[in-house]
Ligand binder design. Structure first.
Ligand SMILES: [Fe+2]
Ligand SMILES: [Fe+2]
Length: 490
């Protein structure tokens, strides 16, 4: 009997270990929750109140209103859940933006459904959401915005409805992948052109009034002016996206790439004042990028995050070994392990201050504390023990938090492996390199640093292979090729 219990316990333990840790969603304050809830209620009221304006009102009408009201409320809830699932670090401001955009579209439909094409009302907000929150959230938003029409008197042409769905689908899917403002501009030109031709084919050629300049933009049902209006609204949306980025902390691909520019003042300062840290950062970028590509993570996010992860070392560059260049180590002169540990922790605290000062988006700033997690500063803890200092290990651990995403976890692992790989002999075999990588990753795992990261065992295996591939590249670069005696090149 005892054997069976032990076996069952073992099996249960193995099963639990094999599960990907469930990600805890970001906590939203009560006031923000209340605002979001009120916005959802307001949205449901606006989307359904017209059903109550019918006279005489009977039970069936009230029931139909109640049904629509509940439907919109539940849809808004599902939309919030989808956005949280797609962006585990989504902020309340961003959820408020999604619901407010939905509310704005419903109000616009009530006020202007008779004059403006639904394409111009639904596609531009879908572009903002797909850019800032991802394609899946944008698709969920589009489905609610397209299916719910607050005014029962407004009827939409079936073909137009299909065109609307196809265009919004294209914008939502492409918007989440677009990596530059130039591509956004192309999208804002090609989608209206596509919508124009599809309307021309599916709705009718007779509705074009190129000659009638009087109702050039606002003429309802005029497919040329509808498409032109769509292009204008999309161009304006693109113009305003940077404002949305700073107001709601949106992190679009274009913004990520802008931040990854090595000519940015903070990165320039790092390369000039802490060249060793800059070199370390570049190598980490390579390791992290390869690993993220292997597991299908967000490459642009990790590349930018890696660039800024040790930016806090700018507060005292020569206190970090990579910048010492063979000169004296200030930690030896200080000869106080506790103070040294404080200096190390300061590179995280100061990094967060730099991030705030330079208005770095939160997902980038998260790399600063999470790449160190709650790791032990082993060297200085050992020194303290040698000095017989009676002090808890707690003072020699970084303050955390531990990595909360796959990307920050990969960066932590890359940070740990970088120095070891760089220091490795070029004659070391692949097996030796893999062993070192595996040991470092295992020690992080055992220390509980990866518990919140959602990395599965398979992904950790892929990360190890990716690091090994980068090591092979480094080794290849470091091999000295013999040059010919008379210095001629062939
Ligand atoms: Fe660091
Ligand atoms: Fe680092």
């Amino acid at each position: 009997m005892q054997n069976i219990t032990t076996t069952l316990k073992k099996l249960f333990y193995l099963w639990r270990r094999s599960q990907v840790p469930v990600k805890q969603l970001i906590k939203i304050s009560r006031i923000d929750n209340l605002i979001i809830f009120l916005l959802c209620i307001l949205n449901s009221i606006i989307s359904s109140y017209k059903l109550l304006l019918i006279s005489p009102l009977n039970i069936a009408d009230i029931f139909s209103w109640l049904l629509t009201f509940t439907e919109i409320l539940i849809s808004s809830g599902v939309l919030i859940l989808v956005s949280k699932k797609e962006n585990p670090t989504i902020s309340s401001r961003q959820i408020i933006l999604i619901i407010t955009l939905l509310l704005a579209v419903q109000v616009t439909k009530l006020a202007l459904a008779a004059t403006i094409s639904p394409l111009s009302m639904i596609i531009p907000p879908a572009l903002i959401i797909s850019q800032g929150m991802g394609s899946i959230t944008a698709l969920a938003w589009v489905s609610i915005a397209s299916f719910s029409w607050p005014d029962p008197a407004v009827a939409i042409n079936n073909n137009l409805f299909i065109i609307l769905l196809v265009c919004s689908l294209a914008v939502s899917l492409l918007g989440g992948r677009i990596r530059s403002r130039a591509q956004l501009l192309q999208l804002s030109i090609f989608v209206p052109i596509g919508s124009f031709f599809s309307q021309w084919i599916l709705i009718g050629k007779d509705k074009i009034s190129l000659i009638n300049k009087q109702d050039f933009v606002l003429a309802n049902g005029d497919i040329f002016s509808d498409s032109l209006l769509l292009a204008i609204v999309m161009l304006f949306t693109i113009l305003f996206i940077p404002i949305f980025e700073s107001l709601f902390g949106l992190l679009t691909k274009a913004r990520l790439l802008e931040l990854a520019d090595k000519e940015k003042p903070l990165i320039r300062r790092l390369s000039l004042e802490a060249p060793g840290t800059f070199e370390h950062t570049l190598l980490i970028c390579g390791l992290a990028e390869e690993a993220t590509r292997m597991i299908g993570g967000d490459i642009d996010l990790i590349k930018t995050g890696a660039l800024y992860h040790d930016i806090g070392k700018l507060h005292a560059p020569n206190w970090f070994i990579e910048n010492q260049d063979g000169s004296k180590n200030p930690h030896d002169e200080l000869d106080d392990p506790i103070k040294s540990a404080e200096v190390l922790q300061a590179h995280v605290d100061e990094g967060l201050k730099f991030a705030r000062k330079n208005r770095l988006p939160k997902p980038i700033a998260n790399f600063i504390p999470e790449h160190q997690g709650t790791l032990k500063m082993g060297y200085f803890f050992q020194k303290a023990k040698e000095k017989n200092l009676d002090i808890s290990e707690y003072y020699f651990r970084y303050k955390g938090p531990i990595p909360q995403s796959k990307e920050t976890a990969i960066l932590m692992l890359a940070d740990g492996c970088e120095a070891a790989l760089r220091a490795m002999n070029i004659n070391a075999s692949d097996k030796e390199a893999l062993e070192i990588i595996s040991n470092i990753i295992y020690s992080r795992q055992k220390d509980g640093q990866l518990d919140d990261s959602n990395l599965s065992k398979g992904e950790i295996f892929l990360i190890k292979r990716a690091f090994l591939n980068v090591w092979k590249r480094i080794r290849h670069r470091r091999i000295q090729y013999p040059t010919s005696k008379n210095n001629t090149f062939s």
